[in-house]
Design a protein around this ligand. Structure first.
Ligand code: ARG
Length: 471
């Protein structure tokens, strides 16, 4: 077995990179610069990448088959040790890459010391994060789908219920609750698409770029790409070691998911208030007050809303870290991982609790229906009624505005006016106007593509159920 320790006459730092150093690294430096306390989470992907690299080295004759097999077996053992909590991480070995490499060399000797041939931690870490995020993207897709199913199930269960639709938080036009819920189906659908689209840029092999300039050793990057399921290899070794766009894009996707959750959470908070009374969140998913015995608080949606600050913060943090970094790898980039891990943990936990929340909440359809009375929500319908009788829309808008002003003055609703009173504003108004003034009539008239009419929403719901495999 080759002696891989430092020569005794030099007090070299005992590091894998220690040859040119005459002194030990200061302990304060080790603790300031280490990343093993968090990047251990990359261990499985680091090992997957190293195995593919070792296979390539053997295929290219850079190591022999016995060395390759020893490396593969040693890495498998290390993976099991880390998984089972039997692995001793060492802070003086900085990061997951060197912890694993050192452990491998300790285990199998010289063959282990050959693993890093034609490789740098710069292309290695870029590979590990890409592999890690690729798996996380798949996991997020599953969680997003569960949330979509939650919305669609509620849309089915409450089909037909009418509620006020809002703009500026003012009652605007009546809509089906199912239409409102299916709006979230679309939002989270875009989140899934966005992640899938990001994969195009994430799913590119950086390994083989080495430190920054490529390598003179006869490697086969296409082989490694195939082993790891990458459809493409990166085109420029400098770009691929300097690039963290994929991490930023991923953080943006996470930010937007959390932002969508936050907007939904805000509605849950409002709707579960006494003032609205639209939503009942199950007792299991609420908390009480330590002083006010009557309280049932929507802490979960509040926390989901609150956590959007930290996810967007992670995106901002990495944007600022990358801003102004010259080519190529700079140690600043080590800061990417904590942001990614924290944002991922937060978004995944928020998505999974949201799916539970949706399954344990119920809507008070009578309360919602009652809220559609008051607020002149069929005023646009009355204007459209006049338009159908050939009155230019602007004139119709004005006529209805005047009718609303009268109703406001008399504190009555539009459908409480008599026909002769209505006709004083326009003789285009006939008996058939009353069908238009009901909220049901209003909802069902909105048959434009994407509109809230029952026939349209029924189709959208069926489409969503089919897409999500809900029987
Ligand atoms: N721990 C480092 C990181 O996460 C790995 C790459 C270090 N490369 C280097 N040349 N120091 O970025």
């Amino acid at each position: 077995m080759a002696d891989l320790t430092c020569s005794p006459e030099r007090k070299c730092s005992g590091k894998l990179w220690g040859g040119r150093f005459a002194e030990q690294t200061a302990a304060s430096v080790e603790s300031f610069s280490e990343s093993i306390s968090y990047d251990w989470r990359l261990y499985r992907h680091d090992i997957i990448g190293s195995k593919a690299h070792a296979k390539m080295l053997a295929k290219q004759g850079l190591i022999n088959e016995a060395e390759r097999d020893a490396i593969l077996a040693g890495l498998s053992e290390i993976e099991a040790e880390i998984r089972d909590g039997r692995f001793q991480f060492r802070i003086e070995l900085e990061d997951i890459h060197m912890n694993i490499e050192q452990a491998l060399t300790d285990k199998i000797g010289a063959a282990g010391a050959k693993l890093h041939t034609a490789r740098s931690r710069n292309d290695q870490v870029a590979l590990d994060i890409r592999l890690y995020l690729r798996d996380e993207a798949a996991c997020l897709d599953t969680l997003l789908t569960d949330v979509q199913r939650g919305f669609v199930r509620q849309a089915r269960a409450n089909f037909g219920a009418i509620m006020p639709g809002y703009t500026h938080m003012q009652r605007a036009q009546p809509v089906l609750l199912s239409h409102h819920l299916l709006a979230y189906m679309e939002m989270f659908g875009r989140d899934r698409e966005r992640l899938a689209d990001g994969l195009k840029r994430l799913n590119i092999l950086p390994l083989g770029s080495a430190a920054l300039a490529g390598t003179g050793l006869p490697i086969d990057r296409e082989f490694v790409a195939q082993e790891l399921g990458f459809p493409a290899v990166s085109a420029n070794s400098m770009d691929s070691t300097a690039d963290r766009d994929f991490a930023l894009e991923f953080l943006f996707c996470l930010s937007l998911i959390q932002l969508h959750l936050s907007r939904m959470a805000e509605e849950f908070v409002l709707w579960s208030s006494k003032e609205f009374g639209f939503l009942k969140i199950g007792d299991q998913y609420c908390t009480g007050s330590s002083i006010m015995p009557q309280k049932k608080n929507p802490d979960l949606p509040e926390l989901i809303r609150g956590k959007s600050g930290r996810v967007v913060g992670s995106l901002m943090s990495l944007l600022m870290t990358m801003k102004g970094l010259p080519m190529t790898y700079n140690r600043d980039m080590q800061e990417d991982k904590e942001q990614l891990f924290d944002a991922l943990d937060t978004v995944k936990a928020s998505l999974s609790i949201t799916a539970e929340l949706l399954a344990h909440s119920s809507f008070d359809c009578a309360k919602m229906q009652a809220a559609t009375h008051g607020g002149f929500m069929t005023a646009t319908d009355l204007a459209d009624y006049l338009v159908k009788k050939n009155l230019p829309f602007r004139q119709a808008h004005r006529v209805v505005g005047e009718i609303v002003a009268l109703c406001q003055e008399r504190e009555i609703e539009l459908d409480e006016l008599r026909l002769d009173e209505l006709r004083r504003f326009s003789d285009l108004i006939d008996e058939d106007v009353f069908a238009v003034l009901s909220v049901e009539g209003s909802v069902n008239s909105r048959i434009s593509t994407g509109g809230t009419a029952g026939v349209k929403v029924a189709k959208a719901l069926a489409r969503a159920e089919q897409q999500l495999g809900i029987a």
